[in-house]
Design a protein around this ligand. Structure first.
Ligand code: ZN
Length: 123
């Protein structure tokens, strides 16, 4: 296992104990991408990249509604769907999601600090 896959308890302090147990016992990102590929790649391939992207956007829209409603259980459920669709898209684009996030393994890729010390972008 590469250092990018190491999950420390302190880096996940914001997660619930149940979520932590799920991560510890269930899977890392590489395993998750493989599971999503084995489960959905045939369907995803038939649907195509743009349609799959559309489903991801729709799931993100559903997550936004649950955030506004402050429905924690629904937020967790929708976040899982968003991650699954994002990884489905990575599979179609032939991107290793674990490699894609490696730039964050040592903190902010811009300022190289953890926590990030970059100024907030102006809107
Ligand atoms: Zn930064």
């Amino acid at each position: 296992m590469s250092s990018a896959n190491v999950v420390t308890k302190s880096s996940l302090a914001h997660l619930t104990n149940r979520s932590l147990r799920t991560i510890s016992f269930f899977m890392n990102l590489r395993q998750f991408q493989k599971i999503i590929k084995d489960t959905y790649f045939e369907k995803d391939s038939k649907r195509g990249t743009w349609q799959t992207f559309g489903w991801l956007v729709e799931e993100i829209g559903e997550l936004s509604k649950d955030i506004k409603r402050k429905d924690k259980k629904a937020q967790e459920y929708e976040l899982g769907d968003c991650l699954a669709w994002l990884v489905s898209l990575a599979n179609l684009l032939e991107i290793d999601a674990s490699a894609a996030i490696e730039k964050y393994a040592k903190g902010c890729p811009k300022c190289k600090k953890m926590p990030c010390a970059c100024p907030e972008p102006k809107k």
